[in-house]
Ligand binder design. Structure first.
Ligand SMILES: *Cc1c(COP(=O)(O)O)cnc(C)c1O
Length: 354
């Protein structure tokens, strides 16, 4: 049997849009490259992926994605080093997690070859779209949804797996002011919080809008049962530094198993930083802020890598975090990005050559 990558048919765009793009002023995820990957699931099997010009797709109004929300995604990046070589960061982990999400949403799992060969074939075709400006990268969005139709509330019989690329600038989050959420929940025990399911994010928008109206940028999610423990920062994992100990919540049904989170834990442990993976109570964080032992709080995820929090609000009081000379956030972000852009030794085998 031939490898999947030799079978992927490429229909080229007649003209490239690349000259219209200002690579020095890229926002996040708002311009798309010339081509996309499409792969259909029909009659119980995944077909060979194809690459076509980036374009709108047609779906039947009865497609189950519209009615029952069977939809999952991943978020990855491709990085170009100073020699023009392109790299991915731990992409096999994204494929594994994609299938964990698929399973939870009753979507058929996709073979590693379709995911990895599909994505790398598209990347080689789109290599000029990987930005070289400092801190920029090509954001990769694999996604999969129910294209099969029917108003019956049951899994669809047809699905589409697609990959699109968005050249993106460095993610400057500015001063991030967060609100500890006490009413709404992002996820619940037995729910879909550990999956990258589209509906999880739809459910976050309204509580986040309420927090924005109160002057915050983002919500810190707490456990759905008691709202006493902090779990995630928006769509990122959360880290808290109390004195010199770096603490993050354990992954669970409710918390997404982030690749950035686990990379941070490995790097921190490797350099002798004390780490704890345990429940973090809101009371503990408030007391630490009051007695000065709360040094840092940050979100961790592929898009921003690390997004430092400057202020958190709880029950009508805002608590400011100190500005540190030597923050874990700055140091760990540099270490991760140095590995991603092939500027440092890859001690843990995380880089993946394209
Ligand atoms: C994607 C995501 C993360 C971060 O995962 P990474 O693999 O580090 O990008 C964390 N929390 C939520 C809810 C997410 O959707």
């Amino acid at each position: 049997m031939k490898a999947i990558k030799e079978e992927i048919r490429i229909e080229r765009a007649p003209v490239s849009k690349i000259t219209e793009v200002d690579f020095n002023n890229l926002a996040f995820g708002s311009v798309y490259s010339d081509h996309m990957l499409v792969c259909d699931y029909k009659d119980g099997a995944w077909e060979t992926p194809i690459i076509t010009p980036y374009q709108p797709i047609t779906l039947d109004p009865a497609s189950k994605i519209f009615h029952y929300g069977q939809s999952i995604f991943e978020g990855m990046k491709a990085y170009k080093d100073s020699n023009g070589q392109i790299w991915l960061f731990r992409p096999l982990d994204n494929h594994k997690r994609f299938n964990i999400s698929a399973k939870r949403l009753a979507i058929p799992e996709i073979p590693e070859s379709h995911f990895i060969d599909g994505l790398t074939t598209l990347l080689r075709l789109e290599k000029d779209w990987v930005p070289t400006t400092a801190g920029s990268s090509l954001y990769i969005r694999p996604f999969m949804f129910a294209s099969g139709k029917g108003f019956h509330a049951s899994p669809a019989d047809a699905y589409k797996f697609m990959v699109c690329f968005a050249p993106s600038g460095p993610y400057f989050s500015g001063k991030v002011k967060v609100l500890i959420e006490e009413t709404y929940s992002r996820s619940a025990n037995g729910g879909t919080g550990y999956a990258k399911a589209g509906g999880n994010y739809a459910g976050q928008f309204y509580p986040t809008q309420l927090a924005i109206a109160k002057g915050y940028n983002q919500v810190i999610w707490t456990d759905d049962n008691t709202h006493e423990f902090i779990e995630e920062a928006g769509a990122m994992n959360i880290f808290v530094r109390i004195n010199d100990t770096l603490i993050t919540a354990p992954v669970s049904d409710r918390i997404l198993d982030g690749i950035t989170r686990k990379s941070i834990l490995t790097l921190a442990q490797d350099q002798g930083i004390t780490t704890e993976i345990r429940k973090i109570s809101v009371t503990e964080v408030v007391e630490a802020a009051q007695n000065g032992s709360l040094k840092e709080m940050f979100g961790a995820g592929t898009a921003a890598v690390i997004s430092p929090i400057t202020t958190f609000g709880f029950q009508g009081v805002d608590y400011d975090l100190p500005e540190l000379q030597h923050s874990y956030a700055t140091s760990l972000k540099k270490q991760i990005t140095d590995i991603q852009y092939n500027r440092s030794e890859d001690k843990f085998g995380w880089r993946f050559k394209v």
